[in-house]
Design a protein around this ligand. Structure first.
Ligand SMILES: C[S@@+](CC[C@H](N)C(=O)[O-])C[C@H]1O[C@@H](n2cnc3c(N)ncnc32)[C@H](O)[C@@H]1O
Length: 350
């Protein structure tokens, strides 16, 4: 080995999913080609991130430099004839969900004049994508959905994602789904012990519930979601992954539905980072003694755990329980001042 160029070695059939994750994290080393071995590929990366910890990292033996293939999406746009002034209005990063790109361009003129160029440049960097959408508005409302305008490619908003070996169908506009928590969902699935009863609050189209049912051996996973379209896809995804009877879809408000599940769950993931703390009473009520709650929250970057720790102290008194924090982590940065955290909390009722 005579180089410091590193890559992730992975079986071919799993490569597409990992390439999307690496590109979403802006970690793809586009100066080098993906190495094709017999049944494996090596994906060149810039650095070893947390989400790659479980993968085999190797040095590229004879890394092949790319010329055209190594260009970034913006460099391709430049080749397509866009001027600096126009390029400045186009962000460097974008999200990929299945075969859909979601980009955020504010200037409507840029979109109108360069939609074809955008599609061409995006497809050069991500050959598998088929649809380009523009994020008109951030995630909003009770269902945490986003408004998306079609820019180019096939005119649809539905796609199938492969995540942690699960297939998840979704409509990127009508239901919340983000690839950014894929690694965290795998972490939770790995914690689930055989025969656990899991309650996924805020289940969406099922990435937590289906991931847990597929990667672990729970007795039952109850997936609760308020958005009827989310539950429609959740039911479809349960069938798609052959998990009928294992994952139970429930349409409804967690505050009401949880009343039917007193001391029922061994584990409750709560992926509603805008306001999960408002549902802690329900989670405590539904959790067995010594069960675990995983709460996700958006908090200030400075002293990230302070706010939720304070709330947990209040919840202990109100619910007459002990809440032991057994793990706390910053998962990702959300904006310059805000990070997303997870806290794993054991509920002690006796
Ligand atoms: C941030 S999304 C998470 C979706 C999914 N678990 C994921 O990780 O992609 C939060 C979800 O909670 C749902 N939701 C919001 N309030 C709810 C409530 N009171 N009861 C049940 N679901 C709710 C929203 O419709 C949305 O699908």
């Amino acid at each position: 080995m005579n180089t410091n160029i590193i890559g992730v070695k992975i079986p071919k059939e799993k490569a597409q999913e990992l390439i999307s994750l690496i590109k979403n994290e802006n970690n793809f080393n586009s100066n080098y080609k993906i190495t094709n071995k017999k049944e494996q590929v090596i994906i060149p990366i810039k650095k070893i991130t947390k989400s790659l910890e479980d993968y085999k990292i190797v040095e590229l033996e004879n890394p092949t430099k790319q010329k055209e293939h190594g260009l970034s999406f913006k460099e391709f746009l430049k080749k397509e004839g866009l001027k600096e002034q126009e390029l400045k209005q186009i962000p460097n990063s974008y999200d990929i969900v299945g075969d859909i790109v979601i980009i955020n361009i504010e200037n409507q003129e840029v979109i109108k004049n360069y939609s074809k160029h955008l599609e061409t440049a995006l497809k050069k960097v991500n050959p598998h994508i088929k649809v380009v959408l523009n994020k008109a508005k951030e995630h909003h409302g009770e269902f945490r959905t986003q408004d998306l305008d079609w820019i180019a490619g096939e005119n649809r908003k539905e796609t199938i994602i492969t995540e942690n070996g699960c297939k998840l169908k979704t409509n990127v506009e009508e239901v919340f789904y983000s690839t950014r928590l894929a690694t965290e969902r795998k972490r939770i699935a790995k914690l689930v012990k055989e025969n656990e009863v899991v309650g996924v609050f805020f289940a969406g189209v099922g990435p937590f519930a289906i991931g847990i049912a597929k990667l672990a051996k729970p007795k039952e996973v109850v997936a609760i979601e308020l958005n009827p379209t989310g539950v429609k896809y959740l039911i479809e995804n349960i069938k798609l992954n052959k998990l009928e009877g294992k994952v139970i879809p429930v349409l409804g408000d967690v505050k009401k539905v949880s009343k039917k599940y007193k001391d029922y769950f061994d584990r409750i993931p709560m992926p509603l980072p805008k306001s999960a703390e408002m549902f802690l009473d329900s989670a405590i009520y539904s959790c067995k003694d010594k069960g675990i709650i995983h709460t996700y929250n958006f908090v200030s970057k400075n002293n990230p755990f302070e706010k939720i720790e304070k709330i947990l102290k209040e919840k202990e008194k109100e619910n007459k329980v002990k809440l032991k924090i057994i793990n706390k982590q910053v998962i990702r940065s959300f904006s310059p001042a805000v990070v997303q955290i997870v806290m794993d909390i054991m509920v002690c009722k006796k």
